[in-house]
Design a binder for this molecule. Structure first.
Ligand code: ATP
Ligand code: MG
Length: 448
């Protein structure tokens, strides 16, 4: 984004002001970087007489010279209109209907311009009629419960979260429209909530995590007003539905910027909000930071990443604490199993893992003692276990963070690299099962 220097962006938000309009030479977006399917959708809607733009993250990324994850379209056509223009469109969503338009193998999300009906809008309403049109219901905490009134493009801009996410790009005329000062913020590499920061965070506390995610991904500063509002609103993360919170944490940690995101969470005091059971220590910090960096490296190398692994790391400390606690309880047949159930199904916890991921975590944890003290007879069975690779990676991580001695982690590393013959030799070096039992027995004090 080289050509924005010196441009005057609107200093403050004014619903009546015309947008800042940038032409090709001013914004410098490479039209070839626009996805063909998205262009087809915009063009199709415009040919049918509607307004249509690219909007959100894709415009922000195009201006920054990054390649967008996906291309979203905003239009004044209603979802039903969109369906008339594109017979292959599917209307989805309960809270707010949007159209999914299939072009070739791609699906483009098309949303109709929406109002943001909140307290501020009530103040800005120009007539009683405007007021009546505000259909968003708000809970006592200011949370948006319903948000389904169509609006104009400028209303649509103001209901978005961050100014840099509220830019519109018409790929046909190659113009960028800015109603909210987003271009100026982009130039200053600043993440700023549109409107009153505390109100906007209270409306939807997930925006706190979105702020962290975008700041980490784009290496932007969070605007001071937004930053200051965070501690006052952080506790309302509790009101977010567990499934949405889990999705948002996955986006935070699995898109290649986990290390930076974790640092920001610490800086903003959000770690204890999200993981209240985490007892911070240097070693645990090392474990988590190493896991986050490792995940980022895997994303860079296009290797698969799974949320289970990171949650196994993040909840490891709570699990260990429960293992120690339950070990004393003689009524429990399997204290480790009880500890993992308690950690993963803790009803007071904010993070609830979907079953399949919880099972992954459970297996990675339960394999740890078996990898730390393998029996010769079970080694090959362990290697064939579907979670072996993840459990071994976890063991390595624990060794690297200094939680455990490196010996067994290194043993497994060489074991995997060897051929069948050497593997057998390595196995035979392990303390055999019987000897282990014998030795344990001999350690017992003689009966008096
Ligand atoms: P990404 O690069 O991760 O796709 P994005 O900005 O496109 O980033 P999305 O979650 O895909 O993020 O959302 C698309 C757009 O919808 C955003 O840019 C923003 O304008 C708007 N939006 C999304 N979530 C919210 C929210 N919680 N509150 C207000 N606006 C939102
Ligand atoms: Mg997006």
């Amino acid at each position: 984004m080289t050509s924005l220097g010196g441009l005057e962006a609107p200093a403050s938000i004014d619903h009546h002001k015309p947008p800042l309009c940038l032409h090709r030479a001013q914004h410098g977006i490479d039209a070839n970087a626009v996805d063909d399917a998205a262009l087809t959708v915009v063009q199709g809607l415009q040919d049918a007489g509607f307004d249509a733009f690219l909007v959100g993250g894709c415009v922000r990324d195009l201006l920054l010279g990054l390649s967008p994850k996906d291309f979203d379209v905003a239009t004044n056509a209603t979802p039903e209109d969109v369906k008339r223009v594109f017979r292959r469109a599917r209307l989805i969503g309960r809270r707010f209907r949007i159209a999914h338009v299939r072009v070739g193998r791609e699906v483009i999300e098309v949303s109709t311009f929406r109002q943001r009906a909140v307290a501020e809008d009530v103040t800005h309403a120009r007539s009683r009629r405007d007021l009546k049109d505000l259909v968003t219901a708000r809970s006592a905490e200011g949370l948006i419960l319903r948000d389904n009134a169509y609006g104009t493009i400028d209303e649509d801009a103001f209901r978005r979260d961050f100014s840099v996410n509220a830019l519109y790009y018409d790929p046909v005329t190659e113009t960028v429209l800015d109603y909210v000062g987003g271009l100026d913020d982009l130039r200053q590499r600043r993440l700023r909530l549109i409107g009153d920061a505390a109100t906007r965070l209270r409306e939807d506390p997930v925006r706190i995590l979105r702020a962290v995610r975008f700041a980490a991904k784009l290496d932007f500063d969070i605007d001071p007003e937004t930053r200051d509002a965070i501690p006052h609103v952080a506790s309302s993360i509790d009101s977010v539905a567990p499934a949405r919170l889990f999705d948002e944490l996955c986006k935070l940690f699995l898109l290649g910027h986990a290390a930076a995101a974790w640092e920001l969470l610490q800086e903003l005091g959000l770690v204890s909000t999200l993981f209240p059971d985490l007892r911070r220590s240097q070693q645990l910090d090392r474990l988590i930071a190493t896991a986050m960096r490792g995940t980022d490296d895997r994303v860079k190398e296009d290797k698969p990443v799974t949320p289970g692994f990171l949650f196994a790391v993040l909840l490891w400390d709570s699990y260990q604490e429960k293992v120690a606690q339950y070990a004393e309880d003689r009524t429990l047949a399997d204290p480790r199993e009880a500890a993992s159930s308690a950690t993963l199904q803790d009803r007071g916890s904010k993070i609830v893992l979907p079953k399949r991921h919880a099972q992954f975590v459970r297996e990675v944890w339960s394999l740890q003692p078996r990898l730390e003290a393998p029996k010769p007879r079970t080694v090959e069975r362990l290697v064939a276990h579907p979670r072996f690779r993840a459990a071994y990676d976890f063991l390595l991580l624990r060794a690297e963070s200094g939680e455990i001695d490196r010996t067994m982690a290194d043993w497994w590393t060489s074991y995997q690299a060897e051929d069948t013959k050497t593997r057998a030799a390595l196995r035979s070096e392990l303390v055999p099962d019987k000897a282990r039992r014998r030795r344990r027995r001999s350690r017992r004090p003689p009966a008096s």
